[in-house]
Design a protein. Structure first.
Length: 272
């Protein structure tokens, strides 16, 4: 990575994600999951989500006041520098609520509309994933120690591919997604449901999954993870010929991507 501006953006994203991850990890009430069916825990999670986003945007805004923002919890600013930060302060909210470890802080930087930096911090895994456009993808902490270059798995036959997906909160959409998954399962090794798009994309990058797809994602859900997956050698996109978007996001090791994408198109994964 030779671009000094990208070095600065990466360092800031790593620091902001670490601070927000520590806030979420250390600030989570120990008994949050006990009353998981009541409204009060949801309120607490929302408060933590908002607090984490404010921490991130405040930290970045102090250091780069001319940059723009797009955040899940409503942060939006145009900026004048050409840099926009795309922030998901807590990806995997239900996992967080129930005390499951698969949740993450996701921060990406776009330069003139192109994603150039991505950081995903998964505090309960003690792992942080990062990528810079053209500079490869890396992980550190947990299983990766002081730092490991990431590379997606060699492509297996589709019927030996382990693929993850996610489900929408809207019941009609969930029912359609379940129908698509039912059709896919006989064609694959198996399907997983991790609960965090950002972590799933990083798991494709790390070779822990052969593929991932989901309908209904927002830009902040996939901005950082998509870049990390691509820099690790995965292919990413949406419907054939289109980038990943709210209709469909697909990431997979080469050799799995196209047949998986074709099946998703055949099964109408992008609509009811």
């Amino acid at each position: 990575m030779t671009d000094p501006n990208l070095s600065e953006l990466l360092a800031l994203a790593l620091e902001a994600a670490a601070r927000a991850g520590a806030l979420l990890r250390d600030g989570r009430p120990a008994d949050l999951g006990v009353a998981a069916t009541k409204s009060s825990p949801i309120d607490v999670v929302t408060e933590m989500d908002i607090a984490a986003e404010k921490l991130i945007t405040g930290f970045l805004g102090e250091r780069r006041p001319q940059d723009g923002f797009l955040g899940e919890e409503g942060s939006s600013a145009q900026g004048s520098s050409g840099i926009r930060w795309v922030v998901d302060p807590l990806d995997g909210t239900v996992n967080y609520l129930y005390g499951l470890p698969t949740w993450a802080v996701s921060i990406a930087a776009e330069r003139d509309g192109v994603r150039v930096v991505g950081v995903v911090a998964a505090p309960m895994r003690r792992e942080t994933y990062r990528a810079v456009l053209g500079g490869g993808a890396y992980a550190e902490g947990g299983a990766y120690g002081d730092g490991t270059a990431l590379r997606c798995r060699p492509a297996p036959p589709l019927d030996q591919a382990l693929v993850s997906t996610g489900f929408n909160y809207v019941s009609d959409v969930r029912a359609h997604q379940a129908d698509v998954a039912q059709k896919l399962i006989p064609r694959l090794r198996d399907i997983r449901r991790g609960g965090s798009a950002a972590v799933d994309l990083c798991d494709v990058a790390a070779g822990r999954l052969d593929g991932y797809y989901e309908r209904g994602l927002h830009p902040w859900d996939l901005a950082a993870g998509d870049l990390i997956a691509r820099e690790a050698g995965a292919h990413t996109g949406g419907r054939p010929g289109l980038p990943a978007d709210g209709d469909l996001a697909v990431a997979a090791t080469p050799g799995v991507f196209e047949p998986l994408q074709a099946l998703l198109e055949q099964f109408g994964a992008w609509h009811d």
